[in-house]
Design a protein around this ligand. Structure first.
Ligand code: 5AD
Ligand code: SF4
Length: 495
């Protein structure tokens, strides 16, 4: 991880927030060579194993890489042994991310050696945020790595593979050019699952003092409306009925207003609320969600969208991180607990049944017992349907990592256990409140038992029910009859 801190220093300069127009113009000027599929067909390997770590943004990037490779006749396989190309799509937000990557790479080494001895290809690519943070360090430390691809460079994957096939050297691409990435990926998508992701925004300018994202994903950039709409249409065409808009700071999304009939902000821009209204007009789109939001960017229009946009589901993941104002200030969150509670009140006024989820960090440097109790107090006051909580862990190069007042590990463990049991009680109580209700469920896949399907309620709970396969991709009312540890059990309500 030592190496990371050097790179983080460089990223801080790179992450300076350019006005969006400049970024877009630069990206347009930088269109690059993309080999035609026919030219690549003979030189490229034919099966790919992609391992995805971390968040939904990474899952989205993996899906897009698989799709691009599909255009070059790559087949996805589910084990590295069966692959000619292995992509490790890494996440940097958890502790020891780089160490995990290097140990996974170590496990691929015998496979690579075996293939080389047999005179066959075995291309190893490292993608995602660890690739971005470590850059050429990955290749230097692990010589079996052929390609290093930052999250903004995934559209160059085919080009990099072709060059790699020619040169057999190591290839590194960790540029920050997300608009270009979106440009180049184009809207074409494979058949979609009933519930699909669509990235509309990347990066973060918030610089919370504990977090690596602004360094690994770069500054906030919004994807243009036309591209989002085109991708949404193609997802719907492919069978998606629910779309989840993704972004590290999804509600920081902004773009020049697109159509009449949806009131723009005073400066002529649209925010996420307006984008939701716009997408809600698409035929056959039945559900819309977005994640992850920041309390600072929750504006009136977006809150109002929960009241007025029917397809927008009543569920919001809104990380609070802490209930203590002193800790929130030390985290550089830019909001107080009062602000957070005010948002919750306004959201509930707009959509009384809205279910909320959150992220919390326990044991942030300087957190006292009373700070921690303030977090418990906030959780009690809000009542979450779900929440994630983490022990603070140092990320080299971030300001909090150098703070002198670190909380001892055993104290963090105690605080975390307490908080998690409170959150678990709230989650169970929320689930139990659904018993006897008929919830509309979007069936997404087969269940564990024959004749059973699994879908999601509006509140993002998994629901199992006996249902014919013909219900896949459809929404039907399901009466909730019981609870399993992580899901609801239901019965299809009479049609
Ligand atoms: N330590 C612990 N948790 C962290 N998160 C981000 N960085 C850290 C860190 N250094 C958590 C935050 C964020 C979630 C995705 O991961 O709660 O919202
Ligand atoms: Fe990280 Fe804070 Fe940005 Fe979220 S808002 S990605 S926690 S810096």
């Amino acid at each position: 991880m030592q190496r990371t801190s050097g790179h983080i220093g460089e990223r801080r300069r790179l992450a300076s927030p350019y006005p969006l127009g400049i970024v877009a113009a630069q990206a347009l000027r930088r269109r690059r060579f993309q080999p035609p599929p026919s030219q690549l067909a003979e030189i490229m390997a034919k099966s790919v194993y992609i391992r995805t770590y971390g968040c939904q943004m990474n899952a989205y990037d993996s899906a897009r890489m698989a799709e691009q490779l599909g255009l070059y006749d790559y087949r996805e396989v589910d084990e590295p042994e069966a692959a000619d190309l292995v992509i490790l799509n890494t996440c940097h937000i958890r502790e020891k991310a780089a160490e995990k990557l290097y140990s996974d790479l170590g496990r691929l080494r015998p496979l690579k050696r075996e293939r080389e001895e047999a005179g066959r290809d075995f291309v190893v690519a490292v993608a995602g945020c660890v690739a971005q943070a470590e850059g050429d360090g990955v290749a230097a430390r692990a010589d079996l790595v052929d390609l290093v691809i930052g999250p903004q460079a995934i559209h160059r994957l085919p080009e990099m593979l072709a060059r790699n096939a020619r040169a057999r050297g190591q290839e590194i691409d960790v540029d920050f050019a997300p608009v270009e990435k979106f440009d180049r990926l184009g809207p074409e998508r494979a058949p979609s699952a009933p519930s699909a992701f669509l990235t509309i925004q990347e990066g973060c300018d918030k610089f919370c003092t504990f977090c690596v994202v602004p360094y690994t994903r770069g500054a906030e950039v919004s994807r243009p409306i036309a591209a989002i709409e085109a991708e949404a249409r193609s997802l719907i065409e492919g069978g998606a009925r629910e779309i989840t808009l993704l972004g590290q700071n999804v509600n920081a999304w902004r773009a020049p207003a697109a159509t009449r009939g949806i009131r723009a902000n005073r400066d002529g821009s649209w925010g996420l609320g307006q984008l939701c209204r716009h997408l809600a007009r698409l035929d056959r789109l039945e559900r819309l969600r977005f994640t992850t939001s920041h309390p600072r960017d929750m504006d009136d229009d977006l809150i109002d969208a929960f009241a007025s946009v029917e397809v927008l589901m009543p569920f919001l993941h809104l990380p609070a991180q802490s209930g203590s104002d002193a800790v929130l200030a030390a985290m550089n969150r830019g909001h107080t607990s009062k602000h957070y509670l005010g948002l919750v009140a306004r959201l509930r006024a707009a959509r009384p049944d809205i279910a909320l989820s959150s992220d919390f960090i326990i044991g942030f440097p300087t957190e006292t017992v009373s700070d921690y109790r303030a977090t418990l107090g906030l959780v009690e006051e809000v009542g979450f349907a779900a929440a994630y909580s983490f022990k603070y862990s140092r990320r080299p190069g971030t300001p909090a990592a150098a703070a002198p007042k670190q909380v001892p590990e055993d104290e963090k463990d105690r605080r975390l256990a307490d908080l998690q049991s409170l959150i678990e009680r709230q989650r169970k109580a929320f689930n139990a409140r659904q018993i006897g209700r008929a919830l509309p469920v979007l069936f997404e896949k087969a269940g564990r038992h024959a004749g059973q399907l699994v879908g999601r309620s509006p509140y993002l709970q998994s629901v199992h029910a006996e249902a014919p396969d013909s219900m896949l991709g459809r929404i039907a009312p399901v009466t909730i009859v019981g609870l399993t540890p992580n899901a609801l059990a239901g019965r299809l309500a009479a049609a």
